[in-house]
Structure formats: structure tokens, C-alpha cells
Design a protein around this ligand. Structure first.
Ligand SMILES: *[C@@H]1O[C@H](CO)[C@@H](O)[C@H](O)[C@H]1NC(C)=O
Ligand SMILES: *[C@@H]1O[C@H](CO)[C@@H](O)[C@H](O)[C@H]1NC(C)=O
Ligand SMILES: *[C@@H]1O[C@H](CO)[C@@H](O)[C@H](O)[C@H]1NC(C)=O
Ligand SMILES: *[C@@H]1O[C@H](CO)[C@@H](O)[C@H](O)[C@H]1NC(C)=O
Ligand SMILES: *[C@@H]1O[C@H](CO)[C@@H](O)[C@H](O)[C@H]1NC(C)=O
Ligand SMILES: *[C@@H]1O[C@H](CO)[C@@H](O)[C@H](O)[C@H]1NC(C)=O
Length: 574
């Protein structure tokens, strides 16, 4: 160990003492080594006969070189070897400090030691937070006297810390089940929070809070995190952060949630093929990105070519077959991950025989191939849209209407994010304003009823989150919401609103309710708030007990709209 730029090295030592039980564990021990002496910490080992006592010693090496002797197990000072009420049995380093050219002294704790919470809160961490040791290295300027202390016995996170059981390599949680993590502590814990570090999206840990899927409970000596109905979106590293016994702790558990059949997208999920008109066909099987490595394969694979591709959220395996099967056949997309039961999803291929009733080729919206009566023909969505286009071939061989579930992929991602936020993943104060700003940008891409439903669904969920958690919104977030509302109310009636309301009759009233809920959450200091766009006008006034009796507000609309009641918000128009 050579520290060229280090004129000063600090180190501290722990001396476990063995001897008859001492009356009080906190008795000061003798300072054995030279140099400037530090302070001491002590700890009962529980064995009754030996006491772990720490004596901190600061050694300064002015020439910056680290004596080789310190890299080896430290020899005991001869004095301690004599039979005496206290016998030193070991010496160990706890802290290593280096002065860097930036003027800071970086002090890192060696294994088993840590900066205590009070000193940790007053200094900067060497690396940004959420490295795996909560307070394993601090940067001091000017250098301060202080040493890493012996960590008390680990609090314990269940699983894996069940006594006598080895730590499992993967902690598997079956989809649909409840995941429980229990923190066991014998001491009082404070500042307890739970996070999930997912392997997709931002590497920042996502805070978890009580919601429809997440519950946090605590009782004497334990705190439990429960997540109901887990899916692969709850897979990742769970982090439990808290303070106990004067230290900051972070405990981890990696949970794996295998994919389920509903996570696998097949296109098509059934197929009928006319060998007379089609020489071959393509099948695709797509799974969301997950850190559990899945190997995908199609069977039977003979005579076909498989190729894979990725989209931002998915990985797909495509099977291209150049020949027509001799008879009806079921293809299977096999997804295998070590240690898991393989997931197999079938696609049935029906060969159209002479005499079968069929729907003819047709080119409405997409190119429909000859399809057997009673089967559903399926086509992919355009780029950046998720879902599929489906058309049923009726029993009499006539094409039914075209159904498209194609939805803008970014709108769907916002909807999914809002669903998870509502479930308990993330901080509303941070995410709701971000999502409202992104929704405003995405109003431009709304081109189908399913896009409009995704946008309205996102607004409704964000409103629920805000109402359930009592999150205040700032003026800028409310403005984004009102601008979005104005654009949504401007959307074409015949191509968007009418079919949307046919699918979901409450769509317009849900929108009004969401806007009203969100507007009610404006923070008190941002009142009164007044905002006017062609379709939306909002005026707010925080009502206090001293409200003038003649309070009135009116909106410049045709017909005129006004109120003197307590309800002062409400978009107009549509
Ligand atoms: C934390 O560490 C500092 C410096 O080493 C020390 O002065 C202080 O007494 C310690 N606090 C506790 C609660 O151990
Ligand atoms: C998690 O806890 C809930 C209720 O506390 C219980 O019903 C469920 O069985 C537990 N799940 C597992 C996997 O232990
Ligand atoms: C822990 O909680 C106390 C009191 O609520 C607070 O002052 C302190 O800043 C918190 N510490 C951390 C690391 O969040
Ligand atoms: C569980 O979650 C899935 C989505 O992952 C959802 O489709 C299903 O309805 C949920 N079940 C319950 C009982 O909430
Ligand atoms: C129709 O058949 C062609 C050639 O086999 C194929 O590329 C296309 O995807 C099929 N169209 C539909 C809607 O299935
Ligand atoms: C699809 O999305 C990407 C990324 O957002 C964008 O660059 C591209 O222009 C989009 N393509 C179409 C056809 O909209």
C-alpha cells in the first residue's frame, strides 16, 4: 500500500480483550501505541468472559509511505501478553485516510467498521449516496479527528437471514403472490425507508410508500414491507435504510419475479394460412426486458429461421417459415431461465383446406390474407405504437369490423408509470409534476381513441394519487394540466371523442373529475390562481373563515357561468 500524495495517514485499532468479566464494559482501556491518542468505544461481546474494547490510535506518517508491517496481521504489544486481568488478543486497523490533491482527507472504514450516524450527517460522503456501504467513507476538510467504529451485530432482513439457512442466490417470488420483507432489530430504529432499485430505467432507487399494492407495518422489534400481487415490474433489489444503535444501515435483498404467460406478447396468437396463396408465415414472441436471463426458442424450428430484435422495452424472437405446413400444427415459444420452470406459450396454425369457408384477401387498413371462417386475423401496429390490429372472419366467410388496440408507446409508458405510482412505487411530489409535463408534450401524438383513453387514464390515476397522498401541486404543474385539458377538449369529436365515449361512457366526466381533483391540490401559497385558455378557465380562491359574505366569482363564458358556492373550480367547454 503506497499513498504517494498522502502526507498524513490516520488509523485506528480495535483491541479485543479477554479476561475475567469486567464490571462495566465502558471502562477505558490503556492506550498501548504511541502517537496522538484518540477516543475509545467499547462493546460487550455477549460471551461474558471477553470484552471487545476499542482504543483508537492515530499514526501520522509524514513521508507519505505506508509501512509494510501494517499490511500484515498486527503483532500484539509485548506488555499485553502478560497474564493480567485484561489480555489483548488482537489489533486491527479500522480507518485509512488519504489526503488527496483537492485538499480533502478521504477516510474509508475497513471491513466491519463504519462512521457513526452523527459524524456521518455532518460530513460529505466520498461517493454519492447509495453506494453499498451507507457510511463507509467520508471526506473531511479540514481533517477532523475521528475514527470508524466497530459495527454492532447486524440487524437482520428476512429473508435471507433466517438462522442456519444459507443466503439463497435468488429469492424467487411467484407472480401474483405477496412479497414480504421483514426487518428484525433488537434496538429502536429511526428514519426507516424502503426502496426498490429496478434494472430498467433510471438506476436511482425508487422509494416505496403505502398504496394499493404496498403496505408498511411495524411492531415491536420488526418492520414489514409487503407487496401484493407482484409482477416482473416489482423485481429488483430491495433496499431498507434506517438508523439504529447510532449507525446508518442499508440492507439489501434481490427479488426475482419470473415472467408469466400474460407478459409474453405473441403476434399473431393464432393463424390460419392458405397454402395456395401464402408460401410461408412469421410468428413473433416478445418479452419485456428482465434481468432474469431468458433464452427464447421456437419449436418446431426445422425448416424455419429464427431471428431476434429489441425495442426499448421488449426483446422479440421471430420465426420465419418459408414452407406451408402439411397439416394443422401448434408452434410453441419456449422461454427458459436457469432454475425456473420453462414458460411455454402456444400459437396454433390452421391450414386452410379445399372446401373450407374463408374470408378473401382484403386491403382495408392493412393487407388481410385469406383467413378461415371463425378465426381472427392479426396484424402488427405501426412503428412506435403498441398493440395489434385484429379482424374476425365471420362464420359465413365475411370480414367483420377492424379493431385496433394500437396505442402510442410513450402514452402507454406514462400510463404504466402512473399505475405503478398509484400502486406505491415512487414519490408523488416528484413524479406527478413530471408526468403532467410529459402528458402535455404527448397530447400531440394522440391519434386514436386508445391514445385518448391512455391519456385520460393517466390523468385519472395521477389525480387519485394526489388525492390519496395529499400531495400539493405547484402552479407550474397545474398549468401543464390545464394546457393538456384545453388540448384534449379541442380534440376531434367524430374521430376521437365519440368512439372514446362509446368505449368508456364515463371518459368525459372522469376527465372533469381528475381536473377538479388536481386543481384542488394547488398549494396554499399559489392561491389565488387564475388561468384562462379557450376551453378551460380556472380561478381559485383559498377560502378562509374570514371570507367576505358577498364573495362571488364569474367566468366570461357563453352562457355565463358563475359561482358563489364553495366549489370554485371547473373547466368549461366540450
Ligand atoms: C461518533 O463519532 C464521533 C467521532 O469519532 C465521536 O466523537 C462521537 O462520540 C460518536 N458518537 C457516538 C454516538 O458514538
Ligand atoms: C406475506 O404476508 C401476508 C400477510 O402478512 C401473508 O398472507 C402471505 O402469505 C405472506 N407471503 C409469503 C410469501 O410469505
Ligand atoms: C433522521 O430523522 C431525524 C428526525 O426526523 C432527522 O433530523 C434526520 O435528518 C434524519 N436523518 C436522515 C439521514 O435522514
Ligand atoms: C394482479 O396484477 C395483474 C397485473 O400484473 C393484474 O392484471 C391483476 O388484475 C391483478 N390481480 C389482482 C387480484 O389485483
Ligand atoms: C399476409 O401474408 C404475408 C406473406 O405471408 C405476410 O407477410 C403478412 O404479414 C400477412 N398479413 C397479415 C395481416 O397477417
Ligand atoms: C419513433 O420513436 C422514435 C423515438 O422516440 C423517433 O425518433 C421516431 O421518429 C419515431 N418514428 C415515428 C415513425 O414516429
Amino acid at each position: 500500500m503506497v499513498c504517494s500524495a498522502a502526507p498524513v495517514l490516520l488509523l485506528a485499532m480495535t483491541l479485543p480483550l479477554v479476561g475475567p468479566p469486567v464490571a462495566r464494559a465502558s471502562q477505558p482501556g490503556p492506550s498501548q501505541a504511541g502517537g496522538e491518542s484518540g477516543q475509545q468505544l467499547d462493546q460487550a461481546s455477549g460471551a461474558g468472559e471477553s470484552v471487545l474494547l476499542s482504543v483508537y490510535v492515530q499514526l501520522v506518517f509524514s513521508d507519505g509511505s505506508w509501512p509494510a508491517a501494517l499490511s500484515r496481521p498486527l503483532p500484539l504489544p509485548p506488555a499485553s501478553a502478560s497474564p493480567s486481568p485484561r489480555t489483548l488478543t488482537g489489533l486491527s486497523l479500522t480507518t485509512e485516510c488519504n489526503v488527496k490533491p483537492d485538499g480533502f482527507t478521504y477516510c474509508a472504514c475497513l471491513s466491519g467498521y463504519q462512521w457513526n450516524a452523527s459524524i456521518c450527517s455532518r460530513h460529505q460522503l466520498c461517493q454519492p449516496a447509495h453506494n453499498h456501504r451507507p457510511c463507509g467513507c467520508l471526506a473531511f476538510s479540514p481533517p477532523a479527528a475521528g475514527y470508524c467504529q466497530v459495527l454492532p451485530p447486524d440487524p437482520c432482513l428476512l429473508p435471507p437471514c433466517s438462522p442456519g439457512q444459507p443466503e439463497p442466490e435468488t429469492w424467487l417470488q411467484m407472480p401474483g403472490h405477496t412479497l414480504n420483507l421483514t426487518l428484525l432489530t433488537s434496538q429502536e430504529t429511526t428514519n426507516l425507508s424502503w426502496f426498490l432499485r429496478r434494472h430498467t430505467g433510471s438506476p436511482r432507487p425508487i422509494p416505496l410508500r403505502p398504496g394499493p399494492q404496498v403496505s408498511l407495518t411495524s411492531s415491536q422489534g420488526q418492520a414489514v414491507l409487503s407487496i401484493r400481487n407482484v409482477s416482473h415490474e416489482w423485481e429488483g433489489e430491495y433496499v431498507c435504510c434506517f438508523e439504529a444503535q447510532g449507525f446508518r444501515w442499508e440492507l439489501y435483498q434481490v427479488a426475482r419475479v419470473p415472467l408469466q404467460a400474460t407478459d409474453v406478447a405473441r403476434l399473431p396468437d393464432q393463424l390460419s394460412i392458405s397454402c395456395a396463396t401464402s408460401p410461408g408465415f412469421q410468428l413473433s414472441c416478445c418479452i419485456p426486458y428482465t434481468p432474469l436471463g431468458y433464452m427464447a426458442s421456437w419449436s418446431p424450428a426445422e425448416g424455419s429461421e429464427a431471428s431476434s430484435f429489441s425495442t426499448p422495452g421488449d426483446r422479440c424472437l421471430v420465426l420465419a417459415t418459408q414452407h406451408c405446413p402439411a397439416a394443422d400444427i401448434t408452434y410453441t415459444c419456449d422461454l427458459q431461465s436457469p432454475g425456473l420452470t420453462p414458460l411455454r406459450v402456444p400459437v396454433s396454425v390452421t391450414v386452410i383446406q379445399d372446401g373450407d369457408t374463408t374470408c378473401p384477401e382484403d386491403s382495408a387498413v392493412v393487407a388481410w390474407n385469406v383467413t378461415k371462417a371463425g378465426r381472427v386475423a392479426q396484424a402488427p401496429c405501426p412503428v412506435n405504437r403498441t398493440g395489434r390490429v385484429k379482424r374476425t372472419c365471420g362464420p359465413d366467410g365475411t370480414w367483420g369490423p377492424i379493431h385496433s388496440s394500437c396505442t402510442d408507446s410513450r402514452l402507454l409508458a406514462l400510463l404504466r408509470r402512473a399505475q405503478l405510482l398509484w400502486a406505491g412505487q415512487g414519490w408523488p411530489a416528484e413524479e406527478v409534476p413530471q408526468s403532467l409535463a410529459q402528458l402535455l408534450e404527448q397530447t400531440e401524438v394522440v391519434s386514436s381513441p386508445s391514445d385518448l383513453l391512455a391519456l385520460l387514464g393517466t390523468m385519472t390515476l395521477l389525480a387519485k394519487v394526489v388525492a390519496d397522498t395529499g400531495t400539493p401541486l405547484y402552479r407550474s404543474a397545474l398549468e401543464a394540466l390545464l394546457k393538456t385539458t384545453d388540448k384534449v377538449l379541442d380534440m376531434d369529436t367524430s374521430s376521437l371523442w365519440t368512439p372514446t365515449q362509446a368505449q368508456k361512457p364515463s371518459a368525459a366526466s372522469d376527465l372533469l373529475l381528475a381536473v377538479e381533483t388536481l386543481a384542488h391540490s394547488l398549494c396554499p401559497q399559489d392561491h389565488p390562481f387564475s388561468f384562462s385558455l379557450p376551453n378551460v378557465q380556472l380561478q381559485t380562491q383559498l377560502l378562509t373563515p374570514t371570507l367576505p359574505a358577498d364573495y362571488r366569482i364569474s367566468f366570461s363564458t357563453q352562457p355565463p357561468l358563475g359561482t358563489d358556492s364553495q366549489t370554485l373550480t371547473g373547466p368549461t367547454g366540450y
